[in-house]
Ligand binder design. Structure first.
Ligand code: HEC
Length: 346
């Protein structure tokens, strides 16, 4: 039955194991609004009940990002009719819609934009993408659990049908209007805060490079400053086991590492980028400077509206970048190791 609603703009396959998305051409329609409209829409989605407390919003954020809430009630996702539901932790909302709600492109597919500027307003029909009224909290709950959009149209089967307790559902829906409006860790109007892990020589080299960038006008008028222990950071550079203590498990921090992946042969984490596949035999300062250079290059690509998610995407487009290591560095979506061999030969 659900297969009947697959439109030709998206032929998608989900597997219970990993929700692998294969498909082309699903359009993310975006309603462009002035900021003041966006703010009032955010309020409109939010205020049909009383304003949620911080703990409720935090619970909603955890469900959105990880598919697990603080309540012990199981949260499950039905990926296709007739199959057994899987834990929502396997297919959390953020995995498809992105941490900021704007959709994480996956094999050419960009799932619906969930920011309040989009959900809070009616959408006109465009081509074969049908229109719908604005969402209310009640209609969001229906979309999440029953897979019907605000106008009652069945959503694409790629959007799983979720089951959770009413409290968890209320928390999740109270969080959605924050999507795209949460401050980015380590980012202020003036500064981009970055963690630097490594020897004193490595620290000096990275700092020296960041200071030179600041003197030359910064990155979109922001200076890059090295975060102190425990301070929130947008990104990090440097290797070693020290790193783990800085990285809280809920966050994927974009990270540049001169050292190779810890387990040779294993896929690097989604947000970590290694300069070399194996120990390069270069001194700490040279490596740290190269890491800093690549980071600054990617930050420049992000523009002023930098987020961690965009930074990861920008790093994945670094192509033949000269980090002064003897050979250029390139990353891509499937390849988070910048050079083929420690000597830099391709
Ligand atoms: C496996 C990928 C995937 C996951 C996981 C997922 N979604 Fe979706 N979602 C989609 C796709 C694709 C669409 C677009 C469906 C369509 O347009 O018919 C969508 C549409 C939606 C819509 C409707 C948007 C609109 O404009 O009508 C809402 C609301 C939504 N998702 C919320 C969520 C929430 C909340 C979660 C987590 C509990 C979640 N989604 C998890 C893929 C996903």
């Amino acid at each position: 039955m659900w297969s009947a609603v697959i439109h030709r703009r998206a032929a998608l396959v989900t597997t219970a194991a990993a929700a692998t998305l294969v498909g082309l051409g699903l359009l993310a329609l975006r309603v462009v609004l002035r900021t003041s409209d966006a703010a009032s829409q955010a309020v409109r989605l939010e205020t049909s009940g009383s304003s949620p407390d911080a703990a409720t919003v935090a619970a909603g954020r955890a469900i959105y990002r990880r598919g697990e809430g603080p309540s012990q009630h199981p949260i499950t996702a039905l990926l296709s009719p007739g199959e057994d539901p899987v834990p929502a932790a396997v297919v959390p909302c953020a995995g498809c819609h992105g941490k900021g709600g704007r959709g994480r492109p996956e094999g050419g597919v960009v799932p619906a934009d969930l920011t309040p500027e989009v959900l809070g307003v009616p959408r006109r029909t465009a081509g074969d993408h049908p229109g719908r009224p604005a969402y209310t909290p009640a209609l969001l709950k229906r979309a999440i659990t029953m897979g019907l959009d605000a106008g009652g149209r069945p959503l694409e089967p790629t959007m799983p049908r979720f089951q959770m307790s009413l409290d968890d559902l209320a928390a999740l829906v109270s969080y959605l209007p924050r999507l795209g409006h949460e401050p980015e860790p380590g980012l202020t109007d003036e500064d981009i805060r970055v963690a630097v892990v490594g020897s004193p020589a490595a620290q000096r080299a990275a700092r020296g490079y960041f200071d030179a960038v600041a003197r030359a006008g910064g990155v979109y008028r922001r200076s890059i400053v090295v975060g102190l222990d425990g301070e929130p950071v947008l990104a990090g550079i440097g290797g070693g086991s020290d790193r783990t203590r800085l990285v809280d498990s809920d966050e994927e921090i974009p990270w540049l590492d001169g050292a190779p992946p810890r387990e040779p042969g294993t896929a690097p984490e989604r947000s970590t980028f290694h300069l070399f596949p194996s120990a390069p035999g270069l001194d700490d300062a040279t490596l740290a400077r190269a890491e800093a250079m690549v980071l600054v290059e990617a930050l420049r690509q992000c523009g002023r509206e930098v987020t961690r998610e965009r930074l990861v995407q920008a790093l994945e487009t670094v192509h033949r970048f000269d980090g002064e290591l003897g050979a250029p560095l390139s990353f891509s979506r499937g390849r988070h190791i910048g050079m083929a061999s420690p000597t830099g030969s391709p």
